[in-house]
Design a protein around this ligand. Sequence first.
Ligand code: ZN
Length: 93
Amino acid sequence: MGKRKSRAKPPPKKRMDKLDTVFSCPFCSHGSSVECRIDMKNLIGEAICGICQESFSMTINALTEPVDVYSEWIDECERVNNQEEDDAAQRSD
Ligand SMILES: [Zn+2]
C-alpha cells in the first residue's frame, strides 16, 4: 500500500468582520460551507460549497459584493425549484 496522501489543511480562516463571504449552502444546508469569491480582473463572481461542491458563477461589476453573488445563487435555486414544483404539479394533475 502506498502512502496515504494527507490532505493539507488550509490555515484557519480569519473571521471576516467587514463583509460576509461565507454562507450556508442551499444544496447540502451546511451553515458556512459556501465561499464567495470575487474576481475583479475577469469580472466573475463565484460561489462554491466546500461540502457538496455545488458552485455558481456570474458576471459581476465593480460594485458587486460576495453577498450579491450568494443571493443571486439563491434566486437561481428558487427559480429552478419553482419550475420543478410547477412541473410536478402539472404531472400530478
Ligand atoms: Zn453544499
